[in-house]
Design a protein around this ligand. Structure first.
Ligand code: HEC
Length: 176
């Protein structure tokens, strides 16, 4: 027991020592190729959006295959996050967020974030597995379901940043 306590003390002292090793003997530096494979964040003006495009009808097929199992057939049923709210194109005043269902149409300030988030993080069980065209198409379908674009609107690098998000005016830019 005493030995055990002594060992812990030595470990704690060692951990707080100024003489930390340069490296711990595991891991390696990421290669340029690996860094390049991680997509850059897409800002509100769409800088960095890839070539290609997507339509609502393609998106509907892709969403049904890759997203509906977790978000519901129409984006409203769950079991996971609701993507389309009942009053989806009416921005939520921030003092009412606890009373209303939050979703892309009534809460997200930038359309470009829909593309960015889906490309990086979804499907939850296979992030990064979608092609850019699939992400564009699913983005189109979700914006359509959120009543932000009409059925024939084509989403690409030029059109996506022009989609007006109702909640945009609820946010301020912070430099903190
Ligand atoms: C295996 C289940 C699963 C699948 C499949 C899945 N998602 Fe998700 N999704 C989640 C979970 C869980 C979260 C919440 C993640 C978090 O909060 O970190 C989420 C969150 C989201 C959000 C953010 C919602 C918000 O407003 O908070 C979006 C948008 C989204 N998913 C889109 C998609 C799309 C598009 C697809 C298909 C390409 C997809 N998801 C497939 C489980 C899933």
């Amino acid at each position: 027991m005493f030995k055990h306590i002594l060992y812990c003390c030595v470990l704690i002292i060692a951990c707080h020592s100024e003489n930390k090793p340069d490296h711990f003997g595991f891991g390696r530096a990421a290669t340029q190729q690996e860094i390049a494979a991680v997509p850059a964040a897409i800002p509100p003006d769409g800088t960095g959006l890839p070539p290609g495009q997507g339509t609502v009808s393609e998106g509907s097929v892709c969403y049904a295959a890759k997203c509906a199992s977790c978000h519901g057939n129409t984006g409203t049923e769950g079991p996971f996050n609701v993507l389309v709210a009942p009053d989806t194109a009416n921005a939520i005043p921030f003092d009412q967020t606890v009373f209303r269902v939050k979703a892309i149409g009534n809460y997200w300030p930038y359309a470009t974030t829909v593309f960015d988030y889906i490309r990086r993080a979804m499907p939850f069980n296979a992030p990064g597995s979608l092609t850019d065209q699939e992400v564009y198409s699913i983005t189109a379908w979700l914006l359509y379901r959120n009543q932000l674009i009409n059925e024939n609107f084509v989403i690409n690098a030029h059109t996506l940043p022009t989609v007006v998000m109702p909640a945009r005016s609820k946010y301020v830019v912070s430099d903190n």
